[in-house]
Design a protein around this ligand. Sequence first.
Ligand SMILES: Cc1cc2nc3c(=O)[nH]c(=O)nc-3n(C[C@H](O)[C@H](O)[C@H](O)COP(=O)(O)O)c2cc1C
Length: 97
Amino acid sequence: MIKPFYEGKEGLQRDEAMRSIGIAAQTIMLAAKDMGYDSCPMIGFDPAAVANFIHLPADHVIGMLLVVGKATKPANAKGGFLPVEAVVIENHFKRPC
Ligand SMILES: Cc1cc2nc3c(=O)[nH]c(=O)nc-3n(C[C@H](O)[C@H](O)[C@H](O)COP(=O)(O)O)c2cc1C
């Protein structure tokens, strides 16, 4: 049932992969923390070089790198957070003026 939904729609396939990668990564990070480990997601890498290094098949995509291990020092202080109303939209955006 799901195959025709994605077939020929590469943008949708990639969107779905990125959605799933985000959910999976966060789950791994939370599980790691629960097991006493720390983690760090990264996108600052050369995707083509990493793909070549790990022999990535042509029909796969790398969403991020995620390292899990023991932190060598505490995390740096956060620079701050966006206000909740800037990132959580309930029902609809404000009507443009
Ligand atoms: C999807 C994602 C990708 C990230 N990529 C990088 C990266 O390439 N390089 C980097 O220094 N931090 C990256 N960060 C931020 C780090 O994961 C980390 O939060 C940051 O280095 C601060 O670490 P600290 O909280 O231990 O001080 C990324 C965060 C996310 C959520």
